[in-house]
Design a protein around this ligand. Structure first.
Ligand code: CUA
Length: 157
């Protein structure tokens, strides 16, 4: 097989750029300590109500600086319906779904969690400012999808 000189240059350029870009991705992921997304824990979606911690959805204090918020997403709302957490503390959200895929997306933050039946998702977040934060479902989940929302009240500790 014969390659034209320009074809060879172009091939080498392509392979080299691929190697460079993949190394950059690999290197930055390693340098920033990226990990695969949560959601590796499994749960029986039909037994969510009996399985800890989802048998008691709500806010609980883990220690002085950490709180856990256990949320069950289902068509078309979230349990608990009221979430109140302090500002400036680490909040660990633990989420699952009993029916279809939903999301738990906190407006104006970086929190955008998937609620997947059969899976448990975790996300840690610290609210800097007190106030009310809107939570929306951004995965189309049925006719009531656009009503699926709640609010987090962040108070001054
Ligand atoms: Cu739940 Cu869309």
């Amino acid at each position: 097989m014969h390659f034209h000189k320009y074809e060879k240059i172009w091939l080498i350029f392509g392979i080299l750029s691929l190697a460079v870009f993949l190394s950059i991705v690999g290197f930055t992921a390693f340098a920033h300590g990226h990990e695969p997304a949560g959601g590796m824990d499994i749960i029986d979606p039909e037994k969510v109500n009996e399985t800890a911690p989802f048998n008691k959805p709500g806010v609980r204090q883990i220690d002085e600086n950490r709180y856990e918020v256990v949320v069950v997403a289902q068509a078309f709302g979230y349990d608990p319906s009221e979430i109140k957490v302090p500002a400036g503390k680490e909040i660990i959200f633990t989420l699952t779904s009993t029916d279809v895929v939903h999301s738990f997306t906190i407006d104006n933050t970086k929190v955008n969690m998937m609620a997947v039946p059969g899976r448990i998702t975790h996300k840690s977040y610290t609210f800097d400012k007190p106030g009310k934060y809107l939570v929306l479902c951004n995965e189309y989940c049925g006719t009531g999808h656009h009503f699926m929302s709640t609010e987090i009240e962040v108070y001054e500790p």
